[in-house]
Design a protein around this ligand. Sequence first.
Ligand code: RB5
Length: 146
Amino acid sequence: MKIAIGSDHGGYELKEKIKSFLILENHDVTDYGTNSLASVDYPDYGKKVGEAVVNGTYDFGIVLCGTGIGISIAANKVKGVRAALVYDDNTAYLAKAHNNANVIALGGRTTSEEAAISIVNTFMNTTFEPRHQSRLDKIKNIEGKE
Ligand code: RB5
């Protein structure tokens, strides 16, 4: 799959681990930063990955901050992004099956490497259930009213 990934300093270390795993599994990963533990602002990276997913040819995006909360809020401000904060296999499954999330958010300080890899695998191996499409259309309508 073609995946865009990005984080702030709080998600940097987990981002690097997820990225290594995905590359090892032969996925095509583009890293939008950050590239160190130096303090940065998570909205900048949520915006970068969100815009890349909406405007590009990525299958989905992964964003990380300390908790995943701030960067998911930021990514969701980009029109067309459906970012889901996921913290276990069940939420990863539902984020795809019910919400057709195009970005998943993880917390570098709240999620272990093992859980994160499992979450990403679950998300990638789940398909959207079209019976939920009308709800997604309603989300799109909300965006249209900005
Ligand atoms: C940065 O210290 C921290 O606030 C950020 O990574 C994130 O957890 C915000 O939601």
